[in-house]
Design a binder for this molecule. Sequence first.
Ligand SMILES: *[C@@H]1O[C@H](CO)[C@@H](O)[C@H](O)[C@H]1NC(C)=O
Ligand SMILES: *[C@@H]1O[C@H](CO)[C@@H](O)[C@H](O)[C@H]1NC(C)=O
Ligand SMILES: *[C@@H]1O[C@H](CO)[C@@H](O)[C@H](O)[C@H]1NC(C)=O
Ligand SMILES: *[C@@H]1O[C@H](CO)[C@@H](O)[C@H](O)[C@H]1NC(C)=O
Ligand SMILES: *[C@@H]1O[C@H](CO)[C@@H](O)[C@H](O)[C@H]1NC(C)=O
Ligand SMILES: *[C@@H]1O[C@H](CO)[C@@H](O)[C@H](O)[C@H]1NC(C)=O
Ligand SMILES: *[C@@H]1O[C@H](CO)[C@@H](O)[C@H](O)[C@H]1NC(C)=O
Length: 672
Amino acid sequence: MLRSTCLLLAATCVMADVYLHVPRGSNNRLNENSANRQNANRLFDSQNNNRGGYNVGDQGQNAQAGNGEENQYRMTYFQSAKAYKTLTDDAGKSFLTFEWTNQHGCGGNEDTDPHKQNCNIVFQYMCMPEINSATGAQGAGQIRNGETTATQNYQQTNNQNENQNAATNRRNNNVNVNRGLQEPWEWYDKCNSRERNAGLFTADQKLKANNGRGISAAIYTRQNPNGNRRGYECPEERDYYPYWHPTVWRDIAVLSENASQCAYYTNNSFNTRPYGECIETYGNGQAKHWSQYNNPADCADNGGEWTEFSSYLDKAPEFTTQAACEAAGTKDGHQLIWAIPYDRPLIGSISTDEACLVAMDPPECKEAPWSRSNHLGNGRDGVANNYTWTIPQFTSTDTQRCAMRIRYNISTDDYDPFNTDSTQNKNIAQGIVSPVQQNPIVEVGASSPLRLAINTAQFGRVFQDRSHAFLLAPRPAGVGDEKLYNLNVRGKRGNIVQTFPAVEYDFAPNDLNITDADLVHIQWTGSNSHNNGNPGGDGQTGDAGEGTGGTDRSNIVEILDRNDNFPIPFENTNMWTGAEIKWVPNAGKTVTAEDLAVNMASSGYYQCMNAATCQGESVQNKAQLNNLLNNAPASYEGAVVKFKEGLHQYMSTRNNNFSNRSQKGGINVNKK
Ligand SMILES: *[C@@H]1O[C@H](CO)[C@@H](O)[C@H](O)[C@H]1NC(C)=O
Ligand SMILES: *[C@@H]1O[C@H](CO)[C@@H](O)[C@H](O)[C@H]1NC(C)=O
Ligand SMILES: *[C@@H]1O[C@H](CO)[C@@H](O)[C@H](O)[C@H]1NC(C)=O
Ligand SMILES: *[C@@H]1O[C@H](CO)[C@@H](O)[C@H](O)[C@H]1NC(C)=O
Ligand SMILES: *[C@@H]1O[C@H](CO)[C@@H](O)[C@H](O)[C@H]1NC(C)=O
Ligand SMILES: *[C@@H]1O[C@H](CO)[C@@H](O)[C@H](O)[C@H]1NC(C)=O
Ligand SMILES: *[C@@H]1O[C@H](CO)[C@@H](O)[C@H](O)[C@H]1NC(C)=O
């Protein structure tokens, strides 16, 4: 029924929706060389067009992402400085500016530039301490991209009394180390086992029930009435925010259509308040990761214990008692709380003991930036829709492996989204008509009735995109309490129609306006299989661009003026002269301004000019760089640099192609 509606009204169903460009959103892609993603159910439910998204980065010059996770490149962002919470004027903060496009518009003023719908945008992330960054060795619960585009397996149990060994076996049989994983298996198992929130408005959708389980679980929602599974995402949690149970996601920011809703969001974010879950135990006394009961009364009636868990940034194990935790009050400027931590759930290790936790900050909440309806484009003044995240500092100083997500939620004024609940769900026996109905026929006074294109599963709809796995590493030696700005490359290979709804190459942020006391972390990642070939879905295929087909490459060379398309020779460099190198991955190899210039120009292929400094990786000794960067790596770990005062402009020699593509940027450095 729904499907045929989409075919008849293709224009309303085939829509492009929310795409994350910085960091690169996967839209469920991994490394496919087709314009379409292969598996829309790989990790999460995007509700997006199949063409969107970026491949995971390759480390080297060949397409190896499918031959082992260790060949993939993980963007590594440095955390804020240890003292950042206690410093003033943003000192010590690390900034990462997200960029995205959303199709249906958002933001702006109801009166002066009204939109066709209401909206909100939620940014979240989840992390686990990195287990072994060198080998990529992972436990079954580790966040990863995987090597194939297949979805993880899942088998539910119909045995209410399943014991711990059986549950562990089920998990181990389901979870495949070669497949992508973001939410842990237990998260989905929990969701599939817990009764759905029956108080939600489901319009006239018929939500199913679990086969053989005797319940209709939280995998069934108005937007997902058939209970389809994507990765280990929980559909009820996906569709609603703030969620009313604990979640593995941490909030970064809420961009609301109206800032008057911000108190509600910050008060109810899991960052700032605990949420409950029913904890039952196995026969051996260990806590189970799932329960059927979704409220305190049912939980207690059935022998469970309703337990309130708290989100946290990190633990402070040095404070072992409530008194010690409360006496300390803060750690590195973060608030400490004595509460039950919501750990990434793993069978057998769920603890309901209180501990001293480093609290999350409330999410930042503000008005969404304005964007135009039916237009996957920039915001006001031609500036990309953006949000700048202050990356926290993890007090444990562990490197974290993380993923982030953007959810873009649109609803209509045809029913009050915040005050419509299950009492208005269609119920013929009780004579209740849903305020919105599937493709209703309406009388508008014309000679014959008209049909509206309304799919009640999508009337009020959440779109999503997510990053690939990335790392948040502690600041390296050499980087102190400066402000640190991330400078990356967005886009993928191809021309404007071949890449759509992803975008062509550009530097991001395109313009930085900083001081000569600030630092810039330059880094990028690319794929060697961005061929955008068949199948191409409802768009053009192809990979127009320079160099080996399907490969992304970037580099940075200085130009005098943004209108120029010819670089300045190294000898005349102004951007790099006087620039201080604060960190490079190969300490001692890239030393002088000229070294840095060739390192940036060659995408890290050369470390230095002269063999005296870096032997085989020097311009003098290493085999010549292909002039289209074909033999350079697709990803570049980069450098952290402090620039001298002035306006520094730069471009990519490979991708910039006047009249076809511009990849240029500028850094305006003011005297502090
Ligand atoms: C936000 O909501 C308030 C209260 O409903 C309203 O007065 C205000 O105009 C709204 N602001 C915008 C920008 O629409
Ligand atoms: C989307 O908006 C609806 C209100 O229309 C709200 O109930 C729901 O929680 C929101 N979901 C997300 C993910 O923001
Ligand atoms: C948010 O919390 C504050 C402080 O507890 C309270 O005064 C306010 O009424 C709350 N607002 C909403 C919308 O929940
Ligand atoms: C982000 O968008 C705002 C407008 O909402 C703009 O003023 C700002 O320059 C943008 N920032 C970046 C880094 O692009
Ligand atoms: C750049 O920063 C300087 C100093 O903070 C400020 O005066 C100037 O207006 C900014 N320029 C832009 C384009 O934002
Ligand atoms: C510039 O781009 C156009 C269109 O993609 C392409 O045909 C042309 O070959 C490119 N120029 C160079 C020098 O490669
Ligand atoms: C840009 O592309 C057009 C065709 O799309 C081509 O005619 C033109 O020569 C290209 N420009 C360059 C500099 O290659």
